[in-house]
Design a protein around this ligand. Structure first.
Ligand code: ZN
Length: 462
């Protein structure tokens, strides 16, 4: 029996999230008002850094109080200058990908998982396109909690593998984030439990509270900075950064908020390179526009292809390996230099995510193949070959498949794979009473085959 006594149902706020429209304070860490759907706000906080702590928790004076804090020593990422790229010399880069799991999302996960642990939830379910889920997976592991991650089926395998390595249960559902969200809601209807915490990155104000530590850090590390350039994405990073600057100003660390520039993806065929930039939350985006205007910044549109190129340029010249979405800020600065004449030594870019999270994309770019699949086992390749023979109607029975595949493996191993494929309901024998089988792909088999083909096929093998 689980002990329910003493379960704190509430976050212990310094100031609660407040709706300016309804004039209501909320106890739960909502980002949007449940009554009117306005953006909730926590008033500016005046606090000081705890000098004894070297992690994000040095800013605990700016966070709600948690009875248990989970940390992997996130935060206090370094700021360094570009050294070798002539037209970008002295541009400042804050290396956010040097957080524990390789992205700034660790700052959000630290607070969200601490909240879950403090309020005695035992399991966390979330939905995202990658980095956020990896962070949640790692921090729940650290906290000794369980995690379930719902992700769209087309995301980077290197990201999926990381979630699994941290012990997270990963569910691939839906072709995009919207569909995945619906599937997660269906799951929650069936499996609702009081022990399950469901923090969605764009709906929980603790995401903002954790990530605002980036702004607080910049104010301490480099109070003279004039321009900050960030990927726009869904807007939560930019909004968090701004909230951090507001708190830093309230605390007397800076006199004015730097100009904030948001790099946004131009719609193009390359959009899939940087899927994490391609999520829109119109409400937060209108707040982003307001912040750009207030601080004197701008939105900088750039193309997806440029991002991957500039990530590779940064790796080759500066020894810094970031994912394409993160390299958007480099492309953004180049465009700003041409059009706005900014001073590079007073301009800071946020490099948000590690290149390790996008290994497949880079591998395919570097090797001139359509897609490279990391972590494909010999077994799954063999199964794919068998599915292909059946799909292309080159043979419909075990012996025939063995012949088409060039008799490279033993015929027994082909039969074993066929039995397995039948068990997985990917193929069906349409004439079970005849001597010779006639295998066809089931609907599930067709879908799996197409998906695997998309992943495995390389140029010249079509
Ligand atoms: Zn309201």
């Amino acid at each position: 029996m689980k002990k329910k006594l003493g379960r704190p149902n509430r976050v212990s706020w310094k100031s609660k999230p407040f709706c300016n429209q309804c004039k209501i304070e909320w106890e739960e860490p909502f980002l949007w008002c449940p009554e009117c759907n306005s953006l909730l706000e926590i008033p500016p906080i005046n606090a000081q850094k705890n000098q004894k702590i070297d992690s994000l928790w040095a800013f605990s004076g700016f966070f709600p109080n948690f009875s248990r804090c989970i940390s992997l020593n996130e935060g206090f990422t370094s700021i360094i200058d570009i050294k070798n790229i002539p037209d970008l010399k002295k541009l400042k880069m804050k290396l956010e990908f040097r957080n524990p799991t390789g992205s700034f999302r660790d700052r959000a996960a630290a607070l969200l998982v601490s909240d879950a642990l403090s309020r005695k939830f035992s399991e966390i379910l979330t939905v995202s396109t990658g980095s956020f889920s990896i962070s949640i997976a790692a921090y729940t592991a650290r906290a000794g909690l369980k995690s379930i991650n719902f992700i769209p089926e087309n995301i980077e395998l290197t990201k999926i593998e990381q979630m699994k390595i941290y012990g997270s249960e990963v569910r691939f559902q839906g072709k995009n984030l919207g569909e995945t969200m619906q599937d997660a809601q269906e799951y929650l209807k069936k499996h609702y439990s009081k022990d399950l915490y469901v923090p969605l990155p764009n709906q929980n104000i603790l995401t903002i509270e954790g990530q605002k530590s980036i702004g607080l850090e910049i104010a301490l590390q480099n109070p003279d900075i004039e321009n900050v350039v960030v990927p726009r994405g869904s807007g939560t990073l930019l909004y968090s950064l701004y909230k951090g600057f507001i708190d830093a100003r309230e605390s007397g660390w800076i006199d004015r908020i730097p100009r904030i520039f948001a790099v946004a993806l131009k719609k193009s065929a390359d959009s899939q390179l940087v899927e994490s930039l391609d999520i829109n939350d119109p409400m937060l985006l209108s707040e982003v526009s307001r912040i750009l205007q207030e601080t004197g910044g701008k939105e900088i549109p750039i193309s997806g292809q440029k991002m991957a190129e500039q990530a590779i340029e940064l790796a080759k010249n500066e020894g810094i390996f970031i994912e394409p979405a993160s390299a958007s800020v480099i492309a953004g600065v180049r465009s700003m230099k041409e059009n706005l004449g900014i001073e590079l030594p007073r301009t800071l870019t946020l490099l948000t995510g590690s290149g390790i999270n996008a290994m497949n994309l880079f591998a395919s770019q570097m090797r001139d193949v359509k897609k490279v699949l990391w972590g494909v086992t010999a077994t799954s390749t063999k199964k794919f070959e068998i599915l292909r023979v059946i799909a292309e109607r080159k043979a419909q029975h075990g012996y025939g498949i063995w012949v088409v595949l060039g008799k490279r493996n033993s015929i027994q191993s082909i039969y074993q794979h066929i039995t397995q494929l039948e068990k997985e309901n990917l193929i069906i024998n349409t004439q079970p009473n005849k001597k010779r089988a006639n295998f066809e792909l089931t609907d599930k088999g067709k879908e799996t085959f197409l998906r695997m083909r998309e992943l495995i096929e390389v140029h010249g093998q079509k």
